[in-house]
Design a protein around this ligand. Sequence first.
Ligand SMILES: [Zn+2]
Length: 286
Amino acid sequence: MKIVLQHLFYPTVVLASMLLAFAFIQMLPESYFIIVPLLLLTPLLVLFVFLERYMPYDKKWNLNRGDFKTDLLQTFITLPTAIHLGQFLLTLLLIVPNTWMSKTFHNEFLESNYGFIWAFIIVLILSEFCYYWMHRLSHTVPKLWKLHAIHHSSKRVYWANSGRFHFFDALLSSTAYFIPVLLLNVSDELIVMLLVFSGITGFLEHVNIKFKAGYLNYVFNTAELHRWHHSQLEAESNHNYGKALIVWDLLFGTFLWPKERKVEQVGVQGEKDTQGFKNQFLKPFK
Ligand SMILES: [Zn+2]
């Protein structure tokens, strides 16, 4: 029973959530769109907490290490505040290119030309590209690493540390993610779908649930891959930078999936070898 659940878990959760989100935005008036991510994420979090107990990847990671309260505050207060502030600041910053784009291309031109699903995929891939490089820079530039190290400081990987970020780290990465969204003048429906998708896959990157995503690990950055990004060993942690997708890691040579072993220790140990990280950052250009 557990084996079947382990294989079905990831595709079922992602597909069912996206279909439900799409149904909600068809049924609800636009002023209610803001609650769609909440409607889906709340029951999912209950499911994740249950499954972390029922089929954990590492039982020790279910023990509170004094980090739970901080993780909750950062996940539910710091991260959403940073995302909203980031969107607001980005709107101001991009006012000139955005006006030019609006005059040159009509609003929602991607959706009207390619259809909703292709528009969603295009925006997602572009947002993931911006996020990938912002994340990779955060592991390379010492000042950015100081902020980002908060996310890596946890000694376990579980559902609540998916939102464990320094405020300015969250502000920078979420701002990077929304650059294509704002420039391309997509619809509110597409923005809600993107928020739901990145929210759910963000939790699924961190959940302490033993699941098998199989070939989906070559498309999505699942917990099977992202745990290696939290490894204490830098040779392992400087991989798998994507948010929801892993395609840019595959393209830029930072994909890591050692199938035959488990992640040993997670967290940050000692000083980071920034030279090593610089070399890693430049790897695709050497
Ligand atoms: Zn990182």
